[in-house]
Design a protein around this ligand. Sequence first.
Ligand code: AMP
Ligand code: GLY
Length: 425
Amino acid sequence: MNVLLIGSGGREHALAWKIAASPMLTKLYAAPGNPGIAQEAELVALDIADHAAVAALCKDKAIGLVVVGPEGPLVAGIGDDLRAAGIRVFGPSRAAAQLEGSKGFTKDLCARYGIPTAAYGRFDNAADARAYVEKMGAPIVIKADGLAAGKGVTVAMTLDEALAAVDGCFDGAFGGAGASVVVEEFMTGEEASFFCLCDGKTALPFGTAQDHKRVGDGDVGPNTGGMGAYSPAPVMTPELIDQTMREIVEPTMRGMAEMGAPFAGVLFAGLMLTDKGPRLIEYNTRFGDPECQVLMLRLKEDLLVLLNAAADGQLAHVSARWRDEAALTVVMAAKGYPGTPEKGSVIAGIDKAEASGARVFHAGTAVQGADIVANGGRVLNVTATGRTVSEAQAKAYAAVDLVDWPDGFCRRDIGWLAVAREQGN
Ligand code: AMP
Ligand code: GLY
C-alpha cells in the first residue's frame, strides 16, 4: 500500500519512521515533510490547504491511505474532501474534529452526556463573559473557543488577569478563534494525556503520556507546544484508564455518533486527575507533539495495520501491545522560542546522538548545502527508552549532549515528577 503522510513536525517524523517499518507499506510519500521525514519518505511539493490538489496527487500516486498529522487540515475538512473523492483517510471529519476545533462544542457535549469536566459558561460577547467571571471569582480559566496554536488559554489567578484575558479574546488577540469564549472553573490535580485510536464506533486505548508545556526548568515561564514528554504516565493506573474509558471516552464516542458525527482518528484526552476522579481538560483530535514520539518508540504493533483498521471501522478486531519500557523525549528548541526563534544556525552531531542508541526526530530543520540548520521553534526531539523513566531520561540527555548546536537549548528536567516518584521522593 502507498501512504501519504500530511505534516512536517517531529510528530510526523515519528509516524513516518513507524509507518516505514510496516511490511504492508509499498511506498511512503509526505507533504510537506522535513529533512528527517525525507529519510523515510519521498517528499512531495503540495499545498495541503488545496484539498483538490491533494486528491489529485493521491490518484496520481495510487495512495491507499492518507494519514493526517496536524489539527489544522482536519478542522478545515481535509478528511471529508478526500473521502468524497474516494480516498481512504486516517483522521476525523470536519464535524468530528470540532472536539478540538471548538472548546465550546466539547463543553456542551460534556454537559449533555454527563462527562466530568470543569463547570463553564460559553459567551459571544465581553459584557456577559465579564459578568460571569465577576460572579465566579478567581482563580478561573479563560479560553478562546477556536484553534489558537496552544496560546488561547489563560489560567488567571486574579480577577484582573481574567478580565484582561476576556477583553483580549474579544479584541481579537486570537482572531476569529476568540470570537467565542469559554470561561471555566479552575481545577487542580496532576495532568496526564490519554490517547485512543477510534473508528467511529470503537475506541482502542492507545497509551498514556505526560508532557511539559512551560519553557523553563521547574515548569516555569511561558507556555510552549511542549518541551518534552514521557510515556507511560505512571499516574495512569489500569483502574484510572478504565474509569476514563467508561466516564469520558465512551460517552464521547456515543454522543458523537448520536449527533451524526462519529469520531474516527486519534482522540487525545487532556486529563486533570482531581481528588474526585479524572476530569476532561480538553480534547485534541490528533496525536500529541511530542507525545507521539514517545508512543511510537514503545509501540510493538505494526502502526499501519492499526491505522487501516481505524479507517475501515475494524478496531474491535485488533489490539495494541506496548514494550514494557519507558520512553522519554527532550525537545531541543532554537533560542528565542516560544517567542521568535532564530533560524539558520548549523546543527552537528545528530549522527553521534543516534549512534548512542537514541532516536532523533526532526521537528523544525532544513537542509542548507551540506548542513542541517534550525528552521523553526522546536527543532529536534531527542528520544530514548529505558527500563524506567530515570533510565530513559539519562539516555536521552546523554544523547542531547552529543548534539553540537550552540544556538539551541532544552529543558534539563524532563520527566522530573516521574523520576522523583521512582526514587521514592
Ligand atoms: P488546554 O489548551 O485546554 O489544554 O489548556 C492548557 C493548559 O491550561 C492545560 O494543560 C492546563 O494546565 C491548564 N488548564 C486548562 N483548563 C484548566 C482548568 N479548567 N483548570 C486548571 N487548569 C487548566
Ligand atoms: N504537546 C501537546 C499537544 O500536542 O497538544
